[in-house]
Design a protein around this ligand. Structure first.
Ligand SMILES: Cc1cc2nc3c(=O)[nH]c(=O)nc-3n(C[C@H](O)[C@H](O)[C@H](O)COP(=O)(O)OP(=O)(O)OC[C@H]3O[C@@H](n4cnc5c(N)ncnc54)[C@H](O)[C@@H]3O)c2cc1C
Length: 433
């Protein structure tokens, strides 16, 4: 019987396992389907990782390496090349079904589980681009893996659809490897990526960014030959007569990430349609007692440092769950007396995480992460209670959908809150005096 099984050996799983070990758990297993630990960071050879956590600028593999070194100093067991297939909640824990190259099919019992499976990319099929179906259409992450890990160039004349971070980083990467990146095309009127990536990956290489544009046709028989790009109106419908034709052999798609939650759904974890990830409490526990979630499986992050922070919280909470024998209390952790604050998204906010807080179990403060739905100048983030009273406000110079925001709600404040809370955003000039 394990105390904790962590599914996924990316930065989330690594940080969670290390934190649980530090808190005293000794029977921990990490299950990773890849041949090595590190997750998506292994293919992110650019720098920009670790500025918050290590106060240094590291590459993805360097950041992962630091945690792999930490893990080596623990007795955490790792099974690589092993895919978790099923998590079955049981009376006093769960069983995890897995299949691996060396060990074959195994069922392992555990007191607690941490879901840290990351996310996957949206594909052409998911967004339904018209046109023929030639070779040369890749997701940006797949192209990144080919270039950075397998040593293959996907093409030489490239159009990129989507201006999220992966698309921006691949625009620069393909250019550095000798390809001509003709355009980065974004359907929204703003980029979905970090501002620093727009500057460092597009502006520095004179790659044009077409906002409010999309790909309306892919042409070519065996291989992509042309891509047609059109301007869109405010309802994102292509405007006839605005077509631009790019002669290219490659289209990279960077059109969003989807948290990888097949296992979570199968296990019966409640999923939030806003994040596509599990509904979690302040300690990252899901709707199933003893099953925790962290990292990109819970909501898509742009900075790995915050993945680490959140995942350490999940690891520590799982240790607390096991050590305080909460598994022995059966499945009903909440009693009728438990005070719960649900967090709703108000104006300008697309989701919040956690979705619910149990104030009595918050030590000092609860960090609430969220994203906004538009670019805002100087703004005020406003938290109101169930009676519509403003209970907290936070100023920001700028807010953007591509940059996750975080606020801290202190325990003393949580203790005073009546009913649920709503987080909304108001641009300062739009606010009534
Ligand atoms: C292209 C790109 C550029 C980025 N650039 C930056 C940057 O400049 N700075 C920055 O701070 N952050 C950046 N990030 C963000 C950061 O890398 C991610 O937020 C972070 O890697 C997420 O960690 P994770 O552990 O949740 O997921 P992942 O790293 O995806 O790890 C999940 C792991 O789970 C494994 N897994 C999944 N399902 C199973 C299963 N059923 N059984 C076993 N194993 C499983 C996967 O193989 C994988 O190893 C970037 C991300 C991308 C994709």
């Amino acid at each position: 019987m394990y105390e904790l099984i962590v599914i996924g050996g990316g930065p989330a799983g690594l940080a969670a396992a290390c934190a649980a070990w530090e808190k005293g758990l000794r029977k921990i297993l990490i299950v990773e389907r890849d041949q090595e630990l590190g997750g998506i960071l292994n293919q992110c050879i650019h720098n920009g990782f670790g500025l918050h956590h290590f106060k240094e600028e590291l590459t993805g593999p360097e950041y992962a390496g630091r945690f792999i070194e930490l893990l080596k100093q623990t007795g955490v067991e790792v099974r690589l090349d092993t895919m978790a297939l099923d998590v079955v909640p049981e009376e006093s824990g769960a069983s995890v079904h897995m299949v691996g190259k060396s060990a074959g099919y195994r069922i392992e019992q555990t007191r607690a589980v941490i879901l840290a499976m990351g996310c996957r990319e949206r594909t052409r099929g998911a967004i339904g681009i018209p046109g023929t179906r030639p070779a040369g259409v890749f997701t940006a992450g797949a192209a990144q893996r080919y270039v950075n890990m397998e040593g293959w160039m996907p093409g030489s004349r490239v159009v990129i659809l989507g201006s999220g971070d992966i698309g921006l980083i691949m625009a620069r990467r393909m250019t550095l490897e000798g390809a001509k990146v003709l355009a980065c095309v974004e359907v929204m009127p703003y980029s979905g990526g970090l501002n620093r990536n727009i500057v460092q990956c597009l502006h520095d290489y004179d790659i044009p960014l077409y906002l409010s544009h999309t790909v309306t046709d892919i042409r070519g028989k065996n291989r992509v030959e042309q891509v047609v790009v059109s301007k869109v109106d405010e309802r994102r419908n292509p405007i006839p007569g605005t077509e631009m034709v790019f002669d290219c052999d490659t289209l990279l798609l960077s059109v969003g990430l989807i948290p990888e939650n097949e296992l979570s759904r199968q296990a019966g974890v409640e999923i939030d349609p806003r994040t596509n990830g599990p509904v979690v409490w302040q300690d990252m526990e899901t709707s199933l007692p003893g099953v925790f979630a962290c990292g990109n499986v819970a909501h898509v992050h742009d900075l790995v440092d915050f993945v680490t922070e959140e995942s350490r919280r999940a690891g520590e909470s799982a240790a607390d769950y096991v050590q305080n024998r909460r598994w022995a209390e059966g499945k009903t952790v909440l009693t009728g007396d438990t005070r719960i604050i649900r967090i709703k998204n108000g104006d300008g906010v697309t989701y919040t995480l956690p979705q619910q807080i149990e104030p009595e179990r918050v030590e000092k403060a609860c960090t609430v992460a969220f994203r906004v739905n538009r670019i805002c100048g100087p703004s005020r983030i406003v938290v109101t209670d169930g009676a519509g009273q403003r209970i907290a406000a936070f100023n920001r110079d700028r807010l953007a959908p591509g940059e996750m925001e975080r606020i801290a709600l202190p325990r003393v404040l949580l203790d005073r809150i009546v009913g649920d809370v709503t987080v909304s955003v108001a641009e300062k000039e739009a606010e009534p005096a």
